[in-house]
Design a protein around this ligand. Structure first.
Ligand code: CS2
Length: 484
C-alpha cells in the first residue's frame, strides 16, 4: 500500500501531517528541478506557509529530463515524508505542499502554461550548476551547446532552463500578466545574477524588446540555501515503510539544520518568508561565500580524499583524526578569505558544521558529493585559493583538495577500484590525462582546463607548485595515509 490522501489517516499518530485543506491550495510556485533537495528544503518552507494559513503558496514541480519523481509522487497525490535524522533520533512529517509534477520533454506546453499561469508568482530552481548553461570562465551563455543553440533559434519546444523561462516570460508578456520572481537555489556564487544573465542573453538573442521587458519586470534574487540532503536509498524506503505501514517512494531524509537566505528583491507577490524562518537581506554574497567555501569546500575535499581512500560516507571521514584535522586545516585557510556577514560567528559556524558532518544517521555518500566536480570546484576551492594567493598566503590544504579532484579524474581509487567519473566534463578530463604517467604531467594537463582554472591562476607558480606537490604526495602515499 502506498502513502496517499486515502492512506494518510492510517499513519502512526506521531507522524506530523498537513494541517490545512489541500483542496484549497493554489499554486503560487513552480519549482524547476524537483529533486530530493527541493523536497527537503524550499518545499518545507512552503508547507510551513500553507500551515500558517496562506494558501497561495502550493508548489507545482517540474522535472527537466526524466519522469522518475513524477512517477513516484503521482500515485501518492504529491504527498511524501520528510524524515529528519539526528543520531538516534528520527522525526517524520508528511509534506503536502507539492501538487503535481510536470515533465518537460513529455509536455513542454503544460510546463510553459504553469509558468505563465496568473497564480504563479515565484519560480524556484534547483537545476544544478550545469543547468545554467553558462561558460564558467567567461560567464557567457554556452552558445556552442546544441540545446542552447536550438533554444536561441526557437526551434521547437524549449530544452534548456534559460530557454524555458524566456518562453514562459514571453507568454506572460503577451497575455498582459506581470513577470515573476525567479529564485535560483543552486550552490553557485551569485546564483541570481547568473540566472538573470542566462535568461537575458537568451531573450536578447530571440527578441531585444522581450529582453528589455524581462530586465524591467522580472527579478532574480540571489540566495543561499543550506541543508544536507543525501540521496534516498532503497534501504531507507524499506525502513520507513516498516514504520509507517505504507510505502513512500518519494521520501527524503535530511538533518535538523536548514537555512535559506534570500535577497530582498521581488517582482510581485511573495509570502511572509520571514515569518517562515527565511532570512531576507540586501546582501546575500557574504552568506553565500561563507557557505560555499566552508561547508561545500570541505564537502568536496572530504569527497575526493575520502573517495580515493575508499571511505563511503562523510561521517566516516571526519571520524578519523586525520580527516577532522584536514577539514580544520582547510577551514583555517578558507576562513581568511571571507568577509563574514554581521550575525555569522565563524568559530561557532565551524563547530556546527563539524557536528553536522559527523551525523552518522545521514550516511551521506562521498560518491554523491564527488559528482559534477568540474562545476563545483571553481566556487568551492579554486576561488578560495585565488583569494589566498592574492593575499600572499600559502594554500597547502586547498592544493591538497584540488589535487584530490585531479586524482579522482582517473576513475580509480587508491586501491585500484574503478568507478565512473560522473561529470559533464568527464570525457574532456579523461582525454587530457590519457597517457600522462607522471604527477606533473597530469597536473599540467588538468590546469589547462579553463572551465575550472582561470588561465592566470593556472599559470601562477604560487598555485601550480603547491598543487603539483600535493598531487605527488597523494600519488606516493595515498589519501588513506593522510586521513589516518
Ligand atoms: C554537497 C551539497 O553534493 C554536494 O555537492 O556539497 O549538496 C551540500 O550537501 C549542500 O549544499 C548543503 O547545503
Amino acid at each position: 500500500m502506498r502513502l496517499s490522501s486515502e492512506t494518510i489517516d492510517r499513519l502512526p499518530r506521531d507522524v506530523a501531517r498537513p494541517a490545512y485543506d489541500r483542496a484549497q491550495v493554489r499554486a503560487g510556485v513552480v519549482h524547476l528541478g524537483i529533486g530530493a533537495f527541493h523536497r527537503a528544503h524550499q518545499a518545507v518552507v512552503f508547507d510551513d506557509l500553507l500551515a500558517a494559513g496562506d494558501l497561495r503558496w502550493g508548489v507545482r514541480g517540474a522535472s527537466l529530463r526524466s519522469p522518475g519523481v513524477r512517477d513516484s509522487l503521482a500515485p501518492q497525490d504529491g504527498l511524501y515524508t520528510l524524515l529528519v535524522r539526528d543520531g538516534d533520533e528520527e522525526r517524520a512529517r508528511i509534506i503536502g505542499a507539492v501538487g503535481d509534477v510536470l515533465v518537460l520533454p513529455e509536455d513542454p506546453a503544460a510546463l510553459i502554461g504553469a509558468l505563465a499561469n496568473p497564480d504563479t508568482h515565484l519560480v524556484t530552481l534547483t537545476v544544478t550548476e550545469k543547468g545554467y548553461r553558462l561558460d564558467p570562465a567567461s560567464g557567457e551563455l554556452l552558445s556552442g551547446d546544441p540545446d542552447v543553440a536550438a533554444d536561441i533559434a526557437g526551434e521547437g519546444a524549449p530544452r534548456t532552463v534559460p530557454g524555458l523561462l524566456v518562453a514562459a516570460l514571453a507568454e506572460r508578456r503577451a497575455r498582459g500578466l506581470p513577470a515573476f520572481t525567479a529564485i535560483s537555489c543552486d550552490n553557485l556564487a551569485h546564483n541570481g545574477r547568473k540566472l538573470e544573465a542566462a535568461v537575458l542573453a537568451m531573450a536578447a538573442a530571440r527578441d531585444p524588446a522581450l529582453r528589455d521587458w524581462i530586465a524591467e519586470a522580472a527579478r532574480f534574487p540571489q540566495t543561499m540555501v543550506d541543508r544536507i540532503v543525501p540521496a534516498t536509498s532503497a534501504v531507507d524506503i524499506a525502513a520507513l515503510a516498516g514504520g509507517l505501514g505504507v510505502t513512500d517512494a518519494a521520501m527524503v531524509k535530511t538533518e535538523p539544520f536548514s537555512q535559506w537566505v534570500i535577497e530582498d528583491r521581488f517582482a510581485g507577490e511573495r509570502p511572509d518568508f520571514a515569518g517562515a524562518g527565511v532570512q531576507l537581506t540586501d546582501d546575500v554574497a557574504p552568506w553565500e561565500e561563507a557557505k560555499l567555501r566552508l561547508l561545500n569546500g570541505a564537502h568536496s575535499t572530504i569527497a575526493y580524499l575520502g573517495g580515493l581512500a575508499g571511505i563511503e560516507t562523510v561521517d566516516q571521514v571526519v571520524a578519523r583524526p586525520g580527516g577532522r584535522a584536514l577539514v580544520e586545516a582547510l577551514w583555517d585557510e578558507a576562513e581568511t578569505t571571507l568577509s563574514p556577514p554581521p550575525g555569522l560567528d565563524i568559530a561557532a559556524y565551524r563547530r556546527a558544521l563539524m557536528a553536522r558532518f559527523a551525523n552518522s544517521a545521514l550516511a551521506h555518500r562521498t560518491r554523491q558529493i564527488a559528482m559534477d566536480g568540474s562545476q563545483k570546484l571553481p566556487q568551492r576551492l579554486v576561488a578560495t585559493a585565488a583569494a589566498r594567493i592574492a593575499a600572499g598566503r600559502p594554500i597547502d590544504t586547498l592544493a591538497l583538495a584540488i589535487a584530490g579532484w585531479m586524482r579522482w579524474q582517473a576513475g580509480r581509487t587508491d586501491a585500484g577500484a574503478a568507478f565512473v567519473v560522473d561529470d559533464p566534463l568527464a570525457a574532456r578530463t579523461a582525454a587530457r590525462i590519457a597517457g600522462r604517467e607522471t604527477s606533473s604531467g597530469q597536473v599540467d594537463a588538468l590546469l589547462g582546463l579553463e572551465a575550472v582554472f582561470p588561465a592566470d591562476l593556472a599559470a601562477d607558480p604560487r598555485f601550480r607548485e603547491p598543487v603539483a606537490v600535493a598531487h605527488r604526495r597523494l600519488a606516493e602515499k595515498g589519501a588513506a595515509a593522510l586521513l589516518a
